[in-house]
Design a protein around this ligand. Sequence first.
Ligand code: SAM
Length: 330
Amino acid sequence: MISTTLKTQIWFCLGKLKPGRSHEGNLDAATRAYLSSVNQKLVDLRRRYDQIKKPGHSCWAAWENYVNLSRFRAENDYLSQAYFSRSLIRYRMTAAYVEAVDRHGWLRSLSEDGNFGAKLWRVDQDLHVSRDLLDSILELCWLEEFIGWDLNEAIQVLDIGAGYGRFAHRFTNAFPNGTITCVDAIATSTFLCDFYLRYRQCERWTVAPFDKIGELSSGRFTLATNVHSWSEMPVDWVRLWLDLLSDLDVPYLFLVPNFEDLRTRELDGSLGNFGYELERHSYRCVAKSHKYHRSDIMERFGVYPTDYYLFERTRTRKREVPCGTKSREP
Ligand SMILES: C[S@@+](CC[C@H](N)C(=O)[O-])C[C@H]1O[C@@H](n2cnc3c(N)ncnc32)[C@H](O)[C@@H]1O
């Protein structure tokens, strides 16, 4: 069976890939100058991250050497966007699905301009969407439904492997009292996340550099999120992050792996699994569903189907349940 990635590459070479529209946006000279590999802030972050004694990286080991800083939302390792075929119809169907589950009208209010290379798909006369927008709304709707979040609740999120701040951007726009702290172990991601959340004029966010995560306060966070990240690192890294979540006594974890299992990518290219580490750190699965849990057809034809998990920590120092978690069969 030929993999989707290989098919995508073949279609790309044949010129048949419909890549969606993509542009950097009208960036001013200062922004262009800032997004440079010689920016002192980035150079300093890279130096500091290199000095820390930590496990090696697998999928992300070489990423910083080839990322295009002014097109960081383009088709790349942060977010795959196009398919080898039928991308537009997939985006149309996904947008229709999102419209149906989105009680707050986020599909239109959380707008998308495509800046920094995000691929735009015209799904209706006056509506362009991106995978960033659609995935973020589905994640927020799921959390609202499965945790029982109220829109005005003062939720405090810790986003691990936050990338360029996709989720933080959407979350702070959707939840007017929510705050979010973004962490990542790749210096360029920390740099871009800090830049992007300022560029989008988001409020109530912090980016904690990796060498400062020891300063995060225990008992403060309502929820940790990890979206498409733990699948892309060795299990030693996942263990390190779960140690942190235990130290910080974070009661809930929202997890979105890349695959239908909890596999990791090890340094020698082999597969590991972090299921045992979740158990060992007392995180128990209390809800699990397909990303498109209201439609089997969407599971086949929607944009990047996956599973959503909610874990609850069974051993906490003080349990002040911040939200009325719905109990669902995992
Ligand atoms: C596919 S991107 C997903 C980004 C973001 N969570 C999202 O959904 O848009 C994977 C992220 O994991 C981060 N990452 C890679 N290795 C990591 C590690 N060892 N610890 C934490 N984050 C890591 C990368 O820098 C990147 O931001």
